[in-house]
Write a protein of this length. Structure first.
Length: 274
């Protein structure tokens, strides 16, 4: 029997955000199996994960949404390949322009020796690449978090992917992205039973949210309260954990969207507090 997943779990497994899933539903690209007529909750069949991951992959490759259906659903293989080829030509044109710019920049560097006297630094990435790396590493971290049988190498990769995602969001993201990056680092360490770094990153997320800024939504603060409860529970500080859980439960009531509330409530239900 095909399992039906909540939108939050489907989002985490597919690498798509809840907002993106709603948008793709509106566009008819990825329609849920059912929508509760009273609450508006969406449920998705596990069998749709392959399609969701295909959409995520094509978005990583910057395929426009209005061309997505022609690639995913065209019964004509030649038509599908033609759509991809048109996109390839656009990307090649963009790369050619970038190479032209790089040629002139290298010319400037070659004629100004002092610019080369400093130690080599990481290359500057264009915003699109920076965002793709940040989001892709975030999604990879979640994929590894979902596994119960991680190898030592996969644990290492999960830790490094979470921190790398946070680093790339620092370069291109909004305060909300940076806070969510810290939240993810906290969740990774909590899943590994490492209380001290889990608490550190949860508090960093809280500090970013309290400073305010673009992109912050009404569910971000309850999510961080939940992270603090989880981190303190892992660290063995039950009193602190229960206090943060109480703050999270109170803050959840202020979340306007029912599906966002459900996601945070689901996380609260898994806190290791009994």
């Amino acid at each position: 029997m095909d399992e039906v997943l909540s939108i939050g779990r489907f989002a985490r497994l597919s690498g798509l955000s809840i907002g993106a899933l709603r948008h793709y539903d509106e566009l008819g690209l990825l329609v849920p199996a059912e929508v509760d007529r009273w609450t508006g909750y969406r449920r998705y069949r596990r069998a749709k994960l392959d399609r969701a991951r295909s959409i995520a992959r094509l978005r990583e490759l910057e395929l426009p949404l209005d061309e997505m259906a022609s690639v995913l659903d065209s019964p004509d293989e030649l038509a599908r390949l033609a759509a991809l080829d048109r996109h390839r030509q656009r990307i090649e044109a963009r790369v050619a322009r970038g190479q032209h710019v790089l040629h002139h920049i290298r010319g400037l560097i070659d004629r100004k020796e002092p610019l080369m006297s400093r130690p080599p630094m990481p290359p500057e990435l264009d915003p699109t690449t920076e965002r793709q790396l940040a989001a892709g590493l975030y999604n990879e971290t979640w994929t590894l978090l979902e596994r119960d049988d991680r190898t030592a190498e996969e644990v290492d990769r999960m830790i490094h992917a979470a921190h790398a995602s946070r680093l790339h969001w620092d370069a291109i993201g909004l305060p909300a992205n940076r806070a969510r990056g810290e939240w993810l680092c906290s969740r990774v360490y909590a899943s590994l039973g490492r209380g001290e770094p889990a608490i550190w990153h949860a508090h960093r997320a809280l500090a970013i949210l309290e400073a305010g800024g673009e992109g912050i939504e009404d569910w971000d603060l309850p999510a961080v309260y939940e992270a603090l409860a989880r981190a303190h529970a892992v660290a063995g500080s039950r009193e602190e954990a229960e206090a943060w859980r109480a703050r999270a439960r109170e803050a959840v009531a202020a979340i306007a969207d029912a599906e966002d509330r459900e996601l945070i409530e689901g996380d609260l239900a898994t806190l290791p507090l009994g």
